[in-house]
Design a protein around this ligand. Structure first.
Ligand code: CA
Length: 333
């Protein structure tokens, strides 16, 4: 759970030095002094199906993976966190199934077609039914191709990503559930689009080996590079306390990972002579949960899905070693 890998060490140093990573300034700016931040990427499960993995969603302990099976059809498979397959839809006309996202209000799965040459549509799939089917389709072709979708559960709307092709330029549009686009913002190319979710009011945008964090106005707050191999496929979030857990997919082979913040400064690596990354106090008390003022640091600024409540209550009982997000959970337990 706490690997002392050279990769995380290097990332840590990169952040500490503000080494040119887009968003690194934002990452460090809200942090406690000398506490550069890094992340762990833990394998949750190997996806047992070898198809063309695309979008990812999470709800109540279950993972939902979209597979492009060709001819404009996709199959959605449900797994538990051990990778056991619990459900598989018949081929549905969801296209590439580039991204999936759950809407809290109706429990439906919103599925973006995606693909650089396919006009953007969002298909509403009743995944809980015995025989899941498309119950509605929302047309976003006016925004372009390369569609991704995230349900904006805080405002009960949709966030749709599109562009003329996979090289952009891309537009992000906030829309209502009838497909009316209420506002848009452009974003310079960040890499091949692979996933999209919202964590409270923050936008998480997954491109190859990178998650970019934006606010609703499209300002980049953070960019997190992921040192894994394969092609990035699909992003999912799950509420966790006043934060959010982040999951993401990779193919070749198909896998699902969890991402969590880490305070490596507090573990034994601090004694390894990495002076620039040493904390002032190796056993810092959990004051981030009791910070004063409005700024709770980048992690908590990612927001929770609990309507913006900034609860100070310490929550326990997280299950299965899942990572707290955005809470700081890197202290030794
Ligand atoms: Ca998703």
């Amino acid at each position: 759970m706490r690997p002392e890998s050279p990769i995380t060490r290097r990332r840590l140093l990169g952040y500490a030095g503000g080494a040119g990573l887009a968003g690194a300034t934002a990452l460090v700016a809200g942090a406690a002094p000398a506490s550069a931040r890094a992340y762990e990427f833990d394998l949750v499960f190997n996806v047992p199906d070898t198809g063309n993995m695309q979008g990812l969603a999470y709800r109540r302990g279950r993972f939902y993976v979209g597979f492009d099976v060709g001819n404009g059809m996709g199959v959605i498979r449900e797994y538990d966190r051990s990778g056991t397959k619990l459900k598989e839809t018949r081929p549905l006309a969801v296209g590439h199934a580039a991204e999936l996202s759950f809407r809290d209000a109706d429990g439906m799965l919103y599925v973006a077609t995606g693909g650089g040459t396919n006009p953007t549509k969002v298909h509403v799939v009743d995944i809980a039914a015995d025989a899941p089917s498309i119950v509605r389709t929302i047309d976003f072709a006016s925004l372009g191709n390369s569609g991704l979708v995230a349900v904006d559960n805080r405002r009960d709307g949709l966030l749709v990503h599109a562009g003329p092709g996979d090289q952009g330029p891309f537009v992000f549009g906030f829309a209502d559930l009838n497909g009316q686009v209420r506002s848009t913002f452009p974003l310079p190319y960040q890499g091949v689009p692979q996933g999209l979710e919202m964590a409270g009011d923050k936008i998480l945008y997954y491109t190859d080996n990178r998650i970019t964090v934006l606010n609703r106005q499209g300002r980049i707050l953070d960019a997190i590079d992921i040192p894994l191999t394969g092609e990035s496929e699909g992003l999912a979030v799950a509420p966790a306390g006043r934060g959010t857990r982040v999951f993401f997919g990779y193919n070749k082979p198909n896998r699902v990972y969890a991402m969590k913040p880490r305070l490596p400064l507090i573990d034994s690596s601090a004694s390894a002579g990495e002076g620039t990354t040493s904390p002032r106090r190796p056993e810092r008390p959990p004051e981030p949960r009791r910070q004063k003022g409005a700024d709770h640091g980048p992690l908590s600024r990612w927001g929770s899905d609990r309507g913006g409540r900034r609860g100070r209550r310490r929550r326990g009982g997280r299950r299965g070693g899942s990572s707290g997000w955005p809470r700081r959970s890197g202290r030794p337990r």
